[in-house]
Design a protein around this ligand. Structure first.
Ligand SMILES: Nc1ncnc2c1ncn2[C@@H]1O[C@H](COP(=O)(O)OP(=O)(O)OP(=O)(O)O)[C@@H](O)[C@H]1O
Ligand SMILES: [Mg+2]
Length: 232
């Protein structure tokens, strides 16, 4: 589904990603975990064409997308829910979802119904201004909007950030359901414990490099991971 092969990304002089390679196979949930500043968001931004790599290549479903712009990637089946949600705060829930369907306007109506089935909380709040939604509801809206393009690969950047434990659980349940219904997921999380529970495989980023990789189970039971990310 996705192959990232030896990418190096810089912010001016800062070498943010160093020789990163990773793969996401169809129907997997792959987690990318690591501390603040490790390079997780930079990795997603590079995959989705917002940043450029100096080396290597990125392949999506067999197509080289290394030099393709972000706006073209949506129609190729890639959706990215950025860190911090970025919903349109002045628009209603429904209008936000309609914005997510701009690549596929023929399916807007069905798509919105699908999203409302998946997120009943949004259905009740369809005419509410997004800026007045709770943090968890905004996260659901951001995810719902990304789903409007019917992505093959959904990339989520810290969907649990700032949410109360019960909402974190709900968001992870939704990710699991999306995965069951055939969406492949690349999940960036600081909540390593929860991410490793649902991930088929995971990569651990440290200072811009991949330090470890393995199945979710392997990593969750590794002493190194326990010490660094799971509180001992
Ligand atoms: N626009 C930028 N200009 C300069 N440096 C940047 C920029 N964005 C990120 N960086 C640096 O690149 C490194 C990786 O940042 P990145 O945002 O990818 O980390 P992250 O793993 O997503 O962290 P967090 O968990 O805090 O979101 C950090 O050292 C950061 O300071
Ligand atoms: Mg980040």
């Amino acid at each position: 589904m996705l192959k990232v092969d030896n990418i190096n990304v810089y912010y001016g002089q800062i070498h943010a990603l160093k020789d990163i390679s990773l793969e996401v196979h169809p129907d997997e949930i792959v987690a990318l975990i690591g501390a603040n500043g490790a390079g997780k968001t930079t990795t997603l931004h590079t995959i989705s064409g917002l940043l450029r790599t100096k080396t290597g290549s990125i392949t999506l479903m067999g197509e080289d997308i290394t030099h393709i712009k972000a706006d073209k990637l949506v129609s190729k089946g890639l959706a990215h829910v950025p860190e911090g949600r970025h919903v349109f705060l002045q628009m209603t829930v429904q209008e936000n979802l309609e914005m997510g369907a701009y690549t596929n306007s023929a399916y807007t109506k069905d798509g919105i119904l699908d999203v409302f089935n998946r997120f009943p909380r949004l259905k009740h709040r369809r005419n509410q201004i997004a800026g007045t939604l709770s943090g968890g509801e905004q996260q659901m809206l951001a995810m719902g909007r990304a789903l409007m393009s019917q992505p093959k690969l959904l990339m989520l950047d810290e969907p649990s950030m700032g949410l109360a434990p019960i909402l974190v659980q709900q968001i992870f349940d939704i990710i699991t359901e999306l995965h069951k219904s055939g969406t492949t997921v690349l999940l960036v999380e600081q909540n390593a414990e929860m991410a490793l529970q649902i991930a088929d495989r995971a990569y651990v980023l440290e200072s811009g490099r991949i330090k470890l990789s393995g199945t979710g189970k392997e990593l969750a039971s590794s002493d190194e991971i326990k010490k660094a990310y799971l509180g001992g």
